[in-house]
Design a protein around this ligand. Sequence first.
Ligand code: NAG
Ligand code: NAG
Ligand code: NAG
Ligand code: NAG
Ligand code: NAG
Length: 576
Amino acid sequence: MRIFCLLLLVLGEAWSHVTPRPNFVLLMADDLGIGDPGCYGNKTLRTPNIDRLAGGGVKLTQHLAAAPLCTPSRAAFLTGRYPIRSGMAAQNQVGVFIFSASSGGLPPSEITFAKLLKSQGYTTALIGKWHLGTNCHNSSDFCHHPLSHGFDYFHGIPVTNLRDCKPGEGSVFTTAFRLLVFIPLQVLALALLLAGLRWLGLFRVPPALIFSLLFLAALVLGLLLCFLHFRPLNCFLMRNHDITQQPMSYDNLTQRLTADAVRFIQRNAESPFLLVLSFLHVHTALFSSKIFAGKSKHGAYGDATEEMDWSVGQILDVLDELKLANNTLIYFSSDQGAHVEEVTVKGEVHGGSNGIYKGGKATNWEGGIRVPGILRWPGVIQAGLELDAPTSNMDLFPTVANLAGAPLPEDRIIDGRDLMPLLLGQSQRSDHEFLFHYCNFYLNAVRWHPRNSTSIWKAFFFTPKFSPEGANGCFATHVCFCHGHSITHHDPPLLFDISQDPRETDPLTPTSEPRFWEILEVMQQAAARHTRTLQDVPDQLSPGNIIWKPWLQMCCSWSGLSCQCDREKEEGRGSH
Ligand SMILES: *[C@@H]1O[C@H](CO)[C@@H](O)[C@H](O)[C@H]1NC(C)=O
Ligand SMILES: *[C@@H]1O[C@H](CO)[C@@H](O)[C@H](O)[C@H]1NC(C)=O
Ligand SMILES: *[C@@H]1O[C@H](CO)[C@@H](O)[C@H](O)[C@H]1NC(C)=O
Ligand SMILES: *[C@@H]1O[C@H](CO)[C@@H](O)[C@H](O)[C@H]1NC(C)=O
Ligand SMILES: *[C@@H]1O[C@H](CO)[C@@H](O)[C@H](O)[C@H]1NC(C)=O
């Protein structure tokens, strides 16, 4: 018996020597379509580094974002849970954060994989885009900030790369201003009309009323002008809790963030680390440095993608140089499909390609959620594999936690599944018999991969109304929405077999699929079982949680009526 134990101990030792806990480098692109990387079939967009990564690892062909929008998808990625469980699924129209000074965000009670790894002695960093909230009550409580969610180091932007951030472009703020400015102007007109009537003696209006209206109009107009004036305040770079550049400059932005990621790896070469490099690319406003601008065959979008690919290459190179490649699990994905409606007023296409798949970002058609998914770990995961089983970006949570030796939290439901059995070839199928596709707060579709069949059923309870009719997206509203007049309900649900019809063009009928009702029955029961596991949690994207709150506005240093600073260079050198 004792000998047996000793043997076990020796074997255990040997195993832990063979596979020490790996480092993790998780690369997340923004709005990149599955039709964009060369390794997924694009012949004209050049992504040699992403292709090199895929060549040395596994390419997932049915890798699914847990939501078709940035904020919920990233919340799910970090926590391994459907975003509805953390309140990161909006009950209203707007499904993402648009202001750095709003109070919603990933609740402090949520557990990210960064938090788990930090507790296992890993050094953790998030470089690039966050988009999961900043503050709750004042401009320095940082309740939703990456540093409050298990990251030791943060360098990047708290929200996302918005058109408003780029001089000469504008959308969120300018659109809101154009929509709202009529309100104070109407009040002003009313006050002037009443004053006129009084002056003509036609109507005895109390002067107090006129003055109150004038005051109200001036106040609202003032606030709106303030809002417009402060729009660059929304776009800033932070290092940990401090603003380093406000407004953010696009000059060599990718180069700066990449260099910082490389420095992080160099600093931590001797001990286990987790790096999440969350690209600002390829979300609009598109940008790229001089070296890449005008070089691709696909305009500004192609330039940005090729610059991002260069950045991936820099990371691969430094891991090779430091001989860390064999001890590092790398993941590359996109937070959702390409934004197909992203076309400029001049008609330039600024959205990517979803390949053969229908729809895009903000929809649960395959184009919105089927994303690139690449994993590489030389010597452990067989190179050159292609896996078709349905997998989710929520799966990274248990995969990373298990490899790092961190116990999974037991007080909550984790929806992701460990990918290692699939990646090691120990299993031919993923553990996801059912996957639930949400559009914001609303259960949009169910995917069923029966254990005894190769079919992959997908049933839609509703679909977005594309506009103009016949288009492949909601061009009239720039994105598709999830409820009300923006959708068509389906009863019975719209059923597809994705394994036969990945383009989702031929919905099945009781005639074309004899087991039609039987299949739907199973899926509806699964949806009901899933729904019963949900708990009521505060909506982090309620109107009150997404509006701009002036008292939450961060400002690095007031100069006159604006905030301006640039401490990027000094601190970049200091962080060696
Ligand atoms: C902001 O809120 C935090 C936590 O509620 C508190 O500790 C801190 O003192 C507040 N800071 C300011 C400047 O009010
Ligand atoms: C950007 O980087 C290039 C190459 O390193 C350099 O030549 C150029 O001066 C940089 N531009 C700015 C604006 O910093
Ligand atoms: C390659 O990507 C570009 C840019 O997104 C796109 O225009 C083109 O259609 C893609 N090609 C294929 C074969 O998907
Ligand atoms: C890394 O692993 C690969 C595949 O097992 C092997 O061929 C290579 O020699 C290893 N490299 C180093 C530096 O150990
Ligand atoms: C698969 O199993 C289900 C019950 O679990 C059964 O109803 C169905 O007929 C089976 N399908 C096939 C193709 O064997």
